[in-house]
Design a protein around this ligand. Structure first.
Ligand code: VTB
Length: 327
């Protein structure tokens, strides 16, 4: 904090509750084959709960551009209008296709920091590299992936053959996948959901040592906040796909391809990250219905100040009516 902002960490538990409600709302749509309904349910629950929080929040990076409601769009203001001014980075449903198809790895996720402290960027692709605490400070996203793999292995005291790199399974990553395998290291491919996969590099119980992928920029910002809380690191570069996206990046003050470090993503230690599992993931268990209208949820709450991270299991009734009949 620079001393002029009102603290935001006391909003942590409310923010965890926001993710829990969004997760419960979208869990009704697991396996129903309908991405839009699942996303819409998460977004509506999140918006409703965020608007009850004592804050003056603005979405600085999210799903939609400008006023693209019904998504939580860049520039949307949220909260009661009293309390601290906060920047919000949000993805109500990280992994819409995963929920629609009933697959693992989906989350409801959000991060906040005092106004002006989170990266403002359009919803373009971002190249991302992430590691846990042991290798934080050793990466350079402008260097070849092989160099970063070697640097991470050295920091972790591992042989290259003992290294596992998490990479999204996409044709655009073919070269990266080949580079890692040629070096003798392992690739853990994932279909979607790079928030949980990048954060997993900072959790000792997972196999991931390094994360590399080109995915969504909003996911990059929320992951950077989580990794800050865990002592890890994320570096990125915006990768606009066309002239319009390029123009939007520049308009928002971020040069395409320019390397972004932790202090570009987050300019305050006073930040909060919250995520609730919708389906199972490396990070969190998914939503379970334990009785009619009662849900068991698993949430990660990270507070940047003092780097405190909590994993919480809660039993709660959802805001939405029990809706097994929705599908
Ligand atoms: C990425 C990744 C996300 O979707 O945005 C990906 O960051 C989109 O990639 O975690 P494609 O355009 O290749 O589908 C997610 O996997 C889920 O939102």
């Amino acid at each position: 904090m620079n001393g002029f902002e009102e603290p935001v960490h006391h909003l942590g538990l409310s923010l965890a509750a926001v993710c829990e409600e969004a997760a419960i709302a979208s869990a009704e749509w697991i396996g129903c084959g309908n991405k839009n309904e699942a996303d819409g349910a998460a977004t509506a629950a999140m918006r409703e709960l965020l608007n009850r929080m004592p804050m003056r929040g603005t979405v600085v990076i999210g799903e939609g551009e400008l006023d693209e409601a019904p998504m939580l769009y860049i520039g949307e203001t949220l909260g009661t209008g009293q309390g601290p001014r906060v920047d919000i980075a949000v993805d109500p449903l990280e992994g819409t296709a995963l929920v629609a198809d009933g697959l693992d790895n989906s989350l409801s996720v959000i991060a906040i920091a005092p106004e002006g402290c989170l990266l403002h960027a359009p919803d373009t692709y971002m190249e991302k590299l992430a590691v846990g605490p042991a290798a934080a400070g050793k990466l350079d996203i402008t260097a070849p992936l092989l160099d970063n793999l070697k640097a991470a292995a050295k920091a972790l005291g591992k042989d290259l053959r003992e290294m596992t790199v998490s990479i999204q399974s996409r044709p655009r990553h073919r070269e990266a996948i080949e580079t890692v395998r040629r070096a003798g290291a392992k690739v853990a491919l994932f279909q979607e959901g790079d928030v949980s996969c990048s954060i997993a590099t900072a959790l000792p119980h997972t196999a991931a040592d390094l994360f590399y992928s080109i995915g969504g920029a909003p996911e990059g910002v929320v992951s950077a906040v989580a990794l800050h809380c865990l002592g890890g690191e994320l570096q990125g570069r915006l990768k606009p796909e066309n002239e319009e996206q390029d123009r939007r990046c520049r308009l928002m003050g971020v040069l395409p391809n320019a390397p972004l470090g932790m202090r570009d993503f987050l300019r305050s230690d006073d930040c909060v990250f919250a995520a609730t599992g919708i389906t199972e993931s490396l990070l969190l268990s998914g939503v379970r219905r334990t009785a009619p209208g009662l849900y068991s949820v698993h949430t990660m709450l990270g507070l940047g100040l003092g780097r405190q991270v909590y994993f919480m299991k809660s039993e709660k009734p959802g805001l939405v009516p029990a809706a097994a009949e929705l599908c």
